[in-house]
Design a protein around this ligand. Structure first.
Ligand code: UT7
Length: 333
């Protein structure tokens, strides 16, 4: 049997829109019955970024990808595969990955999207890793890109305050060194709880269930309180399982936990229950809010650029969201 390759994390990049939207905008401009204090204390979010007129998942994703390719010391023509996670594609067809491929000037290579909501980046990371591990491709570009502000209901104070736009990307490369890079990925889903987070499309057969004000087909719908409970429970399980995985892999430990940037209270509750050290948790949701599939790669890129983690460290990436889906990855940098 052919020897499986290691999957090195060779580069990271991110791209955030320039427009900063502080909490006050929801009261002062959108006239919502909320407050900066409520948003800060219930979510930890102070501000987020909104995409400008010309900005889309593809344009933000392409910029994040360029940065990741540059940090990997490669050129766009070196890339053999593009996997883009998004629930806010520019078009249903072609895939956002195809638009990014063209924007970057890549060769004719496989390029496709993955829809697994806030877990999307880790699903895409798993797919990209497996292409590399088997030797099918050498360099894979894995992207999470979202413009959630195009699908949120700005009259619904329960959801619109939570989300922001952005993109993050990584370059994965095959290596003969097997004890580095992507060490273990765990993916889960439970379609039975699909109604808790929904983004209807133009082909949705009937309006989703829910009170009349959220039945509009074009908007995202979330059941915040239920998602909150699901997220804490799953995050605790993922951390505890990853700690077992890390021991079985012979790792010295987990240097940094990079969770999906959803709500500070969800992260706090999960680390308190699991006993994971709070000072090892990377959080940037105060500045970017929840960027769905983009949140983990944006935080990973920031953690590396700011020295929160360094070469040789093992990071635990954890995400959960619509589907319902939940996922984790242990990555040695
Ligand atoms: O990535 C996956 C997608 N993300 C999610 O689904 C988010 C997960 N959930 C959450 O982050 C939290 O559940 C929320 C931030 C959405 C809500 O926080 P909570 O502490 O669970 O609040 P709640 O839903 O229990 O609501 C408490 C009160 C309610 O008022 P009453 O019924 O007690 O009078 C809400 O109407 O807070 C009210 N409320 C608000 N008040 C001011 C809800 N949103 C707001 C708001 N401003 N923006």
């Amino acid at each position: 049997m052919t020897q499986l390759l290691g999957v090195a994390l060779r580069g990271t990049g991110s791209c955030l829109p320039a427009r900063v939207v502080p909490n006050e905008e929801f009261t002062d401009v959108l006239n919502l019955d909320t407050s900066d204090e409520w948003i800060r204390t219930r979510t930890g979010i102070r501000e987020r970024r909104f995409a400008g007129l010309g900005e889309t998942s593809a344009s933000l994703g392409a910029n994040a990808a360029r940065n990741a390719i540059e940090s990997a010391g490669l050129n766009p023509e070196d890339i053999d595969l593009i996997v883009c996670a998004t629930v806010t594609p520019d078009l249903m067809c072609p895939a956002t990955a195809n638009l990014i491929q063209t924007a970057l000037g890549c060769r004719p290579i496989p390029a496709f999207d993955i829809a697994a909501a806030c877990s999307g980046f880790l699903y895409a990371l798993s797919v990209g890793s497996q292409f590399i591990r088997t030797g099918a491709v050498r360099h894979a570009l894995v992207i999470g890109a979202e413009v959630l502000t195009r699908i949120i209901d700005f009259t619904d104070r329960n959801s619109c305050i939570l989300f922001g736009d952005g993109a993050g990307a990584v370059v994965l490369s095959g290596t003969q060194v097997v004890n580095t890079g992507v060490r273990k990925v765990r993916l889960y889903s439970d379609g039975a709880r699909q109604e808790l987070i929904q983004v209807p499309s133009r082909v949705t057969p009937v309006p989703p269930p829910g009170p009349p004000q959220v039945q509009r087909l074009e908007h995202m719908r979330i059941s915040g309180r239920e998602v909150f409970r699901f997220a804490v429970t799953r995050m605790v399980e993922l951390i505890e399982q990853a700690e077992i995985d890390a021991r079985e892999l012979g790792l010295n430990g987990i240097e940094v936990l990079i969770p999906h940037q959803v709500n500070q209270r969800i992260i706090d509750a999960a680390i308190e229950t699991s006993g994971f050290p709070a000072d090892k948790v990377m959080v940037n949701l105060d500045r970017y809010g929840n960027t769905s599939a983009a949140s983990v790669p944006i935080a990973l890129d920031e953690a590396l650029r700011t020295g929160r983690c360094k070469a040789g460290d093992t990071v635990l990436l954890v995400a959960f969201g619509g589907g319902l889906t939940w996922s984790s990855a242990l990555v040695t940098l």
